[in-house]
Design a protein around this ligand. Structure first.
Ligand code: CMP
Length: 484
């Protein structure tokens, strides 16, 4: 496609040059005859004399030949520059080269053909000429100088995506000429923005060799977990084509909307010019990821909750059977009968914490304990103003028993390490369990004593767990009003 076009251009150029050269040669040879003929026809009329007319035609022909010569010179010069130094000169520079070279040639030809005319004086003394020229070239010169400043500043280059003008034209820069910036929009239209306009307007530039970001919006139902949604979407988006691997996409909650939770995902593109396709692909990946993960998009809905049902749900958590199963697997509750475990499960209230959220704060009062139903927590104490991790507790582990059983303030901070669901069991429910299972108090007191040892700093940990256990046992019995 490109090669025949290039050949056509060369052939056309050679034919035009041949015709121009032939015409010039012929006119030059016939000039004396033409002059004699003109003098004969015009008689003794005042100016323009036959000499002037012949010289003007000569100037025109030389101008045409000169222009073709400059064009050829331009192509050879810049092709050489590209070949030798790999410099691809912008169109504006090529045009300036053509204009300057042609003007020089033209002035030389002019002084040669019209030796009597003083060009300097002509330009400097003719005020009217200056005004006319100035007015005529006002826009052109404005564009020209704005083009030069764009080339000097280089705020953007060919291949960058820019948004410019009051109409906010967006497209890929194809060319910066002496008159205008040519951009190709994403509808494959070509928009020309005059350089002088572009110099006045703010231009948003997304450079080609830069990691440019995009933001895509989506939403979920309020029942879908944010931690899970963020993880699922981040993983789905980071693998899409044209999404940069250098920076992980950011998924965050944008708003708690009327119909659901509104999110945005910010991702970085390898090639910004393909942002429409990539946005679409990202949305598509989110849809499939939602389908696989059982997440739901929110759409305008009206949900009716029956108060009684909601109350029962609050008490039982989401799944009463699963909660009873979880509690029966906790080692300290192993001695409980099925009925007692069910009673405990009914009394337990489920809470969900986001990663990094504090479940328990050291120093606060507390009258309940917790079992990790899903997820993971970290137990931390502050030592010399710095946090020290004492333990990491997983599904089936319990915490918060110390304050519950002794009435003392919480001994440590407990933080959710990931999205974590805990089951909270209050004082009343535990007292019922203790009343029927006195042995439970003993095994609990030993675990608590062991944990106490872990809480104090290494230097003070000489205290044995066994010594502490006896004291804790008495404290629990006293606090719960159990027989000593
Ligand atoms: P409580 O003092 O009520 O609140 C903080 C909880 O952190 C505490 O109860 C224990 O359940 C838990 N905890 C404290 N020390 C340890 C430890 N060494 N190992 C595991 N859990 C602990």
């Amino acid at each position: 496609m490109t090669r025949p076009r290039f050949t056509n251009k060369i052939v056309l150029f050679l034919v035009a040059s041949a015709i121009a050269l032939l015409a010039t040669y012929l006119f030059w040879s016939l000039a004396p005859d033409v002059k004699a003929l003109l003098e004969h026809r015009m008689g003794t009329k005042p100016a323009p004399s036959a000499d002037t007319i012949v010289s003007a035609i000569k100037l025109l022909l030389v101008g045409i030949v000169g222009y073709l010569f400059v064009r050829a010179l331009n192509s050879i010069f810049f092709a050489l520059a590209f070949w030798l130094k790999r410099i691809d000169a912008p169109t504006l520079i090529r045009n300036i080269f053509t204009i300057v070279a042609f003007t020089i040639l033209f002035l030389i030809a002019f002084t040669f053909l019209f030796p009597d005319v003083n060009l300097g004086a002509l330009f400097t003394t003719s005020a009217i000429f200056g005004v006319i020229l100035g007015l005529a070239l006002q826009d052109t010169l404005g564009n020209f100088f704005a083009g030069i400043s764009l080339q000097a500043d280089r705020p953007f280059q060919v291949g960058d995506v820019i948004t410019v003008g009051a109409q906010r034209h967006t497209g890929v820069v194809e060319e910066i000429s002496w008159r205008a910036i040519k951009i190709r929009t994403f509808q494959n239209h070509v928009v020309l923005i005059a350089n002088s306009n572009a110099a006045r307007e703010p231009i948003e530039v997304c450079p080609r060799d830069n990691l440019n970001a995009r933001i895509v919006f989506f939403n979920t139902l309020y029942t879908d977990s944010p931690a899970k949604t963020i993880h699922v979407v981040r993983e789905a988006v980071r693998e899409a084509d044209n999404v940069s691997e250098k920076v992980a996409p950011i998924v965050r909650i944008k708003n708690l909307g009327d119909n659901g939770v509104d999110y945005e995902v910010k991702y970085w593109l390898e090639d910004y010019a393909k942002y429409n396709d990539t946005d679409a692909l990202v949305r598509q990946r989110i849809w499939y990821a939602f389908r696989r993960a059982g997440l739901n998009f929110a759409y305008p809905t009206r949900t009716l909750f029956l108060e009684r049902q909601q109350g029962a749900q609050m008490r039982n958590g989401r799944d009463g059977g699963a909660i009873a199963e979880r509690l029966s697997a906790v080692d300290i509750f192993a001695p409980l009968s099925a009925d007692e475990t069910t009673m405990l499960a009914q009394a337990a209230v489920s809470h969900v914490f986001a990663p990094g959220e504090t479940v328990i704060r050291a120093g606060e009062p507390g009258s309940s304990m917790f079992v990790v139903h899903k997820g993971k927590v970290r137990v931390q104490v502050s030592e010399n103003g710095r946090p020290r991790t004492v333990a990491t507790l997983n599904e089936g582990d319990f915490f918060g028993e110390m304050a519950l059983f002794t009435g003392e303030p919480r001994t440590a901070n407990v933080l959710a390490l990931e999205e974590t669901e805990v089951l909270e069991i209050g004082h009343a429910a535990m007292k019922r369990v203790f009343d029927t299972n006195p042995d439970l108090v003993e095994s609990l007191s030993f675990i608590m004593a062991e944990r106490r040892v872990g809480l104090v700093s290494q230097a003070d940990s000489a205290d044995t767990a066994r010594d502490a256990s006896a004291g804790i046992l008495r404290a629990i019995k006293r606090f719960f009003g159990l027989s000593q």
